[in-house]
Write a protein that binds this ligand. Structure first.
Ligand SMILES: [Zn+2]
Length: 587
C-alpha cells in the first residue's frame, strides 16, 4: 500500500511538471513517423530523415508556449492526419496518405464510410487510445500552475536546431542513396501537405469542369441507316476481380449464366488503369487514359459522342452521386437517373440490389420508336460490404455472414464476395436476354469492372482497393462483350476481331474506343488502334495512372513479388526486366 502511494505521488509530481508534457507530446507527434520508418521502402538516410527533420520541427514548435498543452491543441489537425495515417497503415500495410485517399474521403458518401469504419474497429480503438489521452493531457497541461522555464525552452530550441541540421544532412544522404528521393514525396508530414494541395487543386479543376468543357464537341456522326434499330449497353462494374470469375478459370461456379452464353467474348488479360472508382470509371467513359489523363478536364464523355451521332442516351446509376467526373459525365445523357439519390431525396431509405437497373433498361427498350439507343449502367457490383450486395435468396456460398473483417474470416468474406459476383453474372445475363429478345435489333453489351479488390489473399493481408500501391488483385479485372445475331449481320467483322483479340494484353483505356467502333460512331477522337473490335488494334506497353496522375509502366508501380507471381500464374503479360531482355537477345 505504501509502495502504491509512493508511485501515485511520484506520478503526481511528474504530471505537475510541464517538461513531462513536452516530451510526451513530442513522442505522440512522432508516432506516425516511427511506423512509416518500418513500412516505407526508403533508403537508410530517408528513414533517419523521417525522424530527425519532423522531430526537430516539433521540438521547436512545442517550445512556442510555456504550456505545451496549448501547442498540442493547436496541432489538432496534425493529430487527425496522424490518426488517418495510422488507420491507413493498418489497412494497407504501407504508404502515406495519397491524393486519391483524400479525394476518396471527399467523394465517398458517409453511409459507405461508416460501413467501413465499423470493420476497422481494432485500428480505430488503437488510434483513440493514443490520441484521446494526449488531448486530455493537453487540457491538464493548460490547467496546472507549472510553466516551462525560459531556460528549458531556449535549451530545446537550440537542440532542435542541431537535430534539424543533422536532419537536412540525412535528406541529402537519402538523395545520394536514391536519386528519386524527394522530401515532398517521402517525408511525413511534408508529403501530406503536398498531397493535400494537389487534392484541392484537382477538386477545383473538377468543379470548374462545366466551364472548361463547355465548347467541347466530338464532331461525331454515324453513317448507319435508320432502318436497323441499334441498342448498345455499357455496364460499368464495381470491385469485381477476374480471379473470382469462373470465366477466368476460378474453380467455383460464379458465372453460372455467362459461362453458358454463346458467342460471349471475354478479355483474359485486361488490367485497370486506376484502382479507385473516381479515376477508373472516367477513363472507361472518355478518351482520357493513364497516358493522357488531363484531357478529362476539357473533354466530354462517350455519352455525348453517341448523342451527337443521333443516339438517345441514358445513364442509370445504382451508386450515389459523389461530385466526381462520373456525375459530370452521367449528366450528359438525355436521361440521367441516380436511383438511390432520387429515393433518398424523397427521404426514403433505399439501398437496392443492382437488379433494379433492369427495370430502367426495360422501360427504355419498350419504346421501339427509339431507333438508336445507348445506355450506360453504373452498378454497385461487389463493393464492400459484400453481404449487402445480394438478396438472401441468392446466397449460394455459405456461410456468408460475418461480424468483423479479419484474416480469420477470410473464407466467409470470399463466400460473400463470390455471391456478389454471381449477382453480377445474373444481371449481365438479364441484360443479354433482354437485348436478345428485341426483334431486328443490332445490339451489343460491354461489361468491365472498374478495379479489383484485395481480400487477405497473401501474407501481406491486404484488404479492399484504392490503396496507394495497387496489387495484382486490384488490377486484373473481368471484361466481357456480347453481340446479338442482328449485330453480327450488320457488322460481322467486329465480333470476329473482338474474339481474335481476346487473349491480348490491354488496359481499360480501350473501352471508350471499342464502344465507339461498335456503335459506328465516327469522330476524330476515336482511335482504332485502341478498339478491340478493329483490325487496327495494337498491343502497346501498359500503363497505370499513379497517385500524381502520371502514367507508370507496370514494373514501376510498386508491385511486389507476390503480385508478379500472380501475373505469371494467371498467364498475364508483365514487362520483362532489362536482365530478361538481355538474356533473350543473347539467345
Ligand atoms: Zn470502384
Amino acid at each position: 500500500m505504501k509502495h502504491f502511494k509512493h508511485i501515485v505521488n511520484r506520478l503526481g509530481t511528474r504530471f505537475s511538471d510541464q517538461r513531462t508534457y513536452y516530451w510526451i507530446f513530442l513522442a505522440v507527434l512522432l508516432v506516425p513517423n516511427l511506423f512509416l520508418c518500418c513500412t516505407e521502402p526508403l533508403p537508410f538516410f530517408g528513414r533517419l530523415a523521417l525522424i530527425l527533420v519532423p522531430g526537430a520541427v516539433w521540438m521547436a514548435v512545442l517550445t512556442a508556449s510555456r504550456r505545451p498543452g496549448i501547442v498540442i491543441w493547436c496541432l489538432l489537425p496534425m493529430l487527425v492526419f496522424g490518426a488517418f495515417q495510422l488507420v491507413l497503415l493498418y489497412l494497407f500495410g504501407n504508404s502515406i496518405i495519397a491524393v486519391d485517399m483524400l479525394l476518396n474521403v471527399a467523394t465517398t458518401n458517409s453511409g459507405e464510410a461508416l460501413e467501413l469504419l465499423g470493420k476497422l474497429a481494432p485500428a480505430i480503438v488503437g488510434v483513440v487510445l493514443l490520441y484521446a489521452p494526449t488531448l486530455i493531457l493537453g487540457v491538464m497541461s493548460i490547467r496546472i500552475d507549472d510553466r516551462l522555464t525560459g531556460a528549458f525552452r531556449r535549451h530545446n530550441l537550440g537542440r532542435a536546431g542541431i537535430v534539424f541540421l543533422a536532419g537536412v544532412a540525412t535528406l541529402f544522404g537519402a538523395r545520394v542513396q536514391n536519386s528519386e528521393y524527394r522530401a515532398r514525396l517521402h517525408l511525413w508530414p511534408v508529403n501530406i501537405g503536398y498531397n493535400l494541395t494537389l487534392a484541392v487543386e484537382r477538386w477545383e479543376q473538377s468543379e470548374r469542369y462545366a466551364e472548361t468543357s463547355r465548347d467541347f464537341r466530338f464532331g461525331a456522326v454515324s453513317h448507319r441507316a435508320d432502318s436497323v434499330r441499334e441498342v448498345y449497353v455499357m455496364v460499368v462494374g464495381e470491385t469485381a476481380r477476374a480471379l473470382n470469375w469462373q470465366l477466368y478459370g476460378y474453380e467455383r461456379e460464379t458465372n453460372p449464366c455467362l459461362s453458358k452464353t454463346d458467342g460471349l467474348v471475354w478479355y483474359r488479360d485486361m488490367l485497370t488503369q486506376a484502382n479507385a472508382t473516381h479515376k477508373s470509371v472516367p477513363i472507361m467513359l472518355s478518351a482520357a487514359s493513364a497516358e493522357d489523363y488531363d484531357i478529362l478536364y476539357t473533354h466530354k464523355s462517350i455519352l455525348t459522342a453517341f448523342k451527337e451521332a443521333g443516339f438517345r442516351t441514358a445513364f442509370f446509376s445504382n451508386q450515389l452521386p459523389n461530385r466526381s467526373f462520373i456525375d459530370h459525365f452521367g449528366a450528359e445523357a438525355d436521361t440521367t437517373v441516380f436511383l438511390k439519390a432520387n429515393a433518398q431525396a424523397k427521404g426514403e431509405e433505399y439501398n437496392p440490389y443492382d437488379e433494379v437497373l433492369l427495370r430502367s433498361v426495360d422501360n427504355l427498350l419498350a419504346d421501339t420508336a427509339v431507333r438508336k439507343l445507348f445506355i450506360v449502367l453504373h452498378t454497385y457490383g461487389s463493393h464492400f460490404d459484400y453481404q449487402e450486395r445480394y438478396p438472401v435468396n441468392d446466397i449460394h456460398f455459405r456461410p456468408a455472414s460475418y461480424e468483423s473483417v479479419t484474416r480469420e474470416n477470410r473464407d466467409i468474406l470470399v463466400n460473400a464476395y463470390d455471391n456478389s459476383i454471381r449477382t453480377t453474372d445474373k444481371l449481365l445475363y438479364g441484360i443479354i436476354s433482354r437485348l436478345r429478345a428485341q426483334p431486328n435489333t443490332a445490339a451489343a453489351m460491354l461489361y468491365a469492372s472498374d478495379h479489383g479488390e484485395d481480400i487477405f489473399d497473401d501474407r501481406r493481408n491486404l484488404f479492399l482497393h484504392a490503396s496507394p500501391i495497387p496489387s495484382y488483385y486490384q488490377l486484373h479485372i473481368p471484361c466481357v462483350m456480347w453481340f446479338s445475331a442482328a449485330y453480327d449481320a450488320l457488322n460481322p467483322a467486329a465480333h470476329a476481331h473482338a474474339a481474335a483479340n481476346a487473349d491480348k494484353p490491354m488496359t481499360t483505356n480501350v473501352i471508350f474506343h471499342t464502344l465507339l467502333s461498335v456503335g459506328g460512331i465516327e469522330t476524330p477522337y476515336r482511335n482504332d488502334s485502341l478498339a478491340v473490335t478493329s483490325p487496327f488494334f495494337t498491343v502497346t506497353p501498359r500503363h497505370y495512372l499513379n497517385d500524381h496522375n502520371e502514367p507508370e509502366t507496370l514494373d514501376r508501380v510498386g508491385l511486389k513479388p507476390q503480385d508478379i507471381e500472380m501475373f505469371r500464374r494467371m498467364g498475364l503479360e508483365y514487362p520483362a526486366s532489362p536482365a530478361d531482355k538481355a538474356m533473350r537477345k543473347s539467345k
